[in-house]
Design a protein around this ligand. Structure first.
Ligand SMILES: Cc1ncc(C[n+]2csc(CCOP(=O)(O)OP(=O)(O)O)c2C)c(N)n1
Ligand SMILES: [Mg+2]
Length: 339
């Protein structure tokens, strides 16, 4: 069994001006994609405050580099499945901002025609299998998707995302066992944002190097700096190559941080403002790429401002579309229901 600790410095400091293993265009793409998620989530937070979004809503702000980096390692046809903190995953795999926002607001123009909401969206076209509200439920589903691909022999890989809290669930280990036993092409992505609702990993977890638990099943893996999109992409490429070679699953423990509360109602008493502020100031994934672009003279302030405007337009347009989209017709109560 091969295991590797990542934390390998994939990215030089912005001051060096060098961009490793990545073109200027790709760096701009990362900037654009992470910014889209950030601005989209901020807008969703506003609409929630205005009462236009109801129920549960879990924002992904702070964790953008995880999904953007891993999507850069994916190929067309690869699959993804995640938890309720899912809007970023949808946008990163190419789902439309309009359809996601309309679903958040419970409108018929949404991905589930307004009947699913934040935690229940799917896109067969983009190979996105949800959106799951039950903690860790998506992990065996991810193994199942990979089982189907292995059976079909189509070379596809599934990314199964879950949190540090989910990583303590029994069904994760049942999935690990079967995935390795049957050499399933699944990347288990632990998004370790250090908290499960209001419980820090220090309070909940005995052995806190989650990726190493794969060793019990002979599964390789590594820890990754989830605030560095280039490090995430590089680790994602190692994971995907491993899975596509037929060697079975791979575990990526991506160290990240969520800036906002667990959901829209969160007393925020379990961590200090200073802790959050420090992460924002010192480790922000978008600022990191921005600095690489600017100090390396790969983009000007004006070019980045133009991207900011472009993203703002996409997000505002999605909110307008959502507001104008009608609520689902009563007859929709009886469609897509399995009895
Ligand atoms: C089986 C189950 N138990 C409890 C809950 C309530 N719950 C929702 S999210 C959550 C915390 C999960 O934390 P983590 O896996 O770290 O993901 P994060 O929210 O940090 O992304 C809990 C306990 C649930 N939805 N499902
Ligand atoms: Mg967590």
């Amino acid at each position: 069994m091969a295991t590797a600790t990542a934390a390998q410095a994939e990215t030089p400091s912005p001051e060096s001006g060098a961009i490793p293993n990545v073109s200027k265009d790709e760096l701009l793409k990362f900037y654009r994609e992470m910014l889209l998620i950030r601005r989209f989530e901020e807008k969703a937070g506003q609409l929630y405050g205005m009462g236009l979004i109801g129920g549960f809503c879990h924002l992904y702000i702070g964790q953008e580099a995880v999904v953007v980096g891993l999507e850069a390692a994916a190929e067309e046809g690869d699959k993804r499945v995640t938890s309720y903190r899912d809007h970023g995953h949808m946008l990163a795999c190419g789902m439309e901002a309009r359809g996601v926002m309309a679903e958040l607001t419970g409108r018929s123009g949404g991905y589930s025609r307004g009947k699913g909401g934040s935690m229940h969206m799917f896109s067969k076209e983009r190979h996105f299998y949800g959106g799951h509200g039950i903690v860790a439920a998506q992990v065996p589903i991810g193994a199942g998707l990979a089982f189907a691909d292995r059976y079909l022999g189509n070379g596809r890989v599934t990314f199964a995302y879950f949190g540090d809290g989910a990583a303590n669930q029994g069904q994760v280990y049942e999935s690990y066992n079967m995935a390795q036993l049957w050499s399933l092409p699944v990347v288990f992505v632990i998004e370790n944002n250090q908290y499960a609702m209001g419980t820090s990993v220090k309070r909940s977890t005995m052995s806190r190097t989650y990726w190493e638990r794969g060793a019990a099943y002979g599964i390789s893996g590594e820890e990754v700096d989830g605030m560095d999109v280039l490090a995430v992409k590089a680790a994602g490429e190692r994971a995907v190559a491993h899975c596509r070679s037929g060697a079975g699953p791979y575990i990526l423990e991506v160290k990240t941080y969520r800036y906002r509360g667990h959901s829209m109602s969160d007393p925020a008493k379990y961590r200090t403002r200073e802790e959050v502020q420090k992460m924002k100031e010192e480790r922000d994934p978008i600022e990191h790429v921005r600095a690489l672009l600017l100090t390396g003279n790969h983009a000007t302030e004006d070019e980045l401002k133009a991207i900011d405007r472009e993203i703002k337009e996409i997000v505002n347009d999605s909110a307008e579309f959502a507001k104008e989209s009608p609520e689902p017709d009563v007859a929709e109560l009886w469609t897509d229901v399995v009895a």
